[in-house]
Design a binder for this molecule. Sequence first.
Ligand code: FES
Ligand SMILES: [Fe+2]
Length: 372
Amino acid sequence: MPLDPSDLTAATAPLHRARSMPAGFYTDPAIFAAERQHLFLKHWFFLCRAETLPNPGDYRAFDNPGGPIVLVRGSDGVLRCFANYCRHRGSILLEGTGNIGGRIICPYHAWSYLNDGRLYGCPDMKDAEGFDKVENGLVTLDIDQWAGFVFARFTKDGPSLAEHLGDLPDRMASHRPEEMRHTWTCTLDVACNWKLILENAMETYHTGIVHRETVGAQTSRTLPTRGNWICIQVVSGRSIATLSDTVPPFDKIEGLDEDARMGTYFTVALPTMQFAVAQDCLWWLNCIPIAENRTRLEVGGCFPAARLDQPDFQIRAEPYYDRWERVAKEDVGILEKQQRALGSALYRPGPLSWRDDMVQALGVWVVDRLGL
Ligand code: FES
Ligand SMILES: [Fe+2]
């Protein structure tokens, strides 16, 4: 066992006497390997919004701790997710994003696949004994959607996406996320463990300090959840998706329920996805773990579809994009300092504040699933 049991006991104690997780939780390759096995290969993870691949043949390739994968819309209009490798000798098939028309052609020896994953062409395979084209289509992953958010997973069994998300869709229902459209992305390579990003995103203890030049001090309340997600709400009658020196350029979403009107929900759809849902928009922090000390962070932003029809949409959206990027970079700055400190031979877990309740909750959820 790579972590000291007494450290784990202290980290999972009642909050008023709990300590933070031991350094190895964030720095040990053995813990990262266990997370890959028990979290990343087992649970649903977010890919993208469905509307970003509208046409047959549209595709997007993704890096993932389980290996490269690709999402493709078939000629029948159905989105499918495949392991992004050729069944001959394993070249990557597709990079980036684009449209492959009806066929995926391997760049190595030109085997070709239909856009629904079936093997189509395979030159010079006539003599291969027992070779069956039907058995050599692309390897598929399960996918599912909530309100246009496409998720996939490597395992074939386990709870459905709806069961996994529990009452998250109910909490967000009055924002009508199914009517949101993805308009902006910023991708950052961060030299820290993925859990540090999400822990940070679930507490407002740091905001008055790290974000003193941008969003400033905030207060939050923790909301009860059912399913594999956690939630706080930053209480503010105005959207905090733009800075306080800007009047939010977009109207609030019509018909928000009473709780939703009170502020912005910050959530983690466990293990790796934050939805932040304000009164006028939503954005996400999608963490793609690369190694114990490296994470790709994708920040994405969405607005209600009707806003995109406003003639000055781009100008109005700019302050949101600016805020999302600036605040994310401020967080990255402090998180990389934290990761460096966790490498100290003299590191000892510190005491938690009542404001760290969701920091602890995230760690406990991971510990429970790793069987530590
Ligand atoms: S590896 Fe794809 S055709 Fe050979
Ligand atoms: Fe922050």
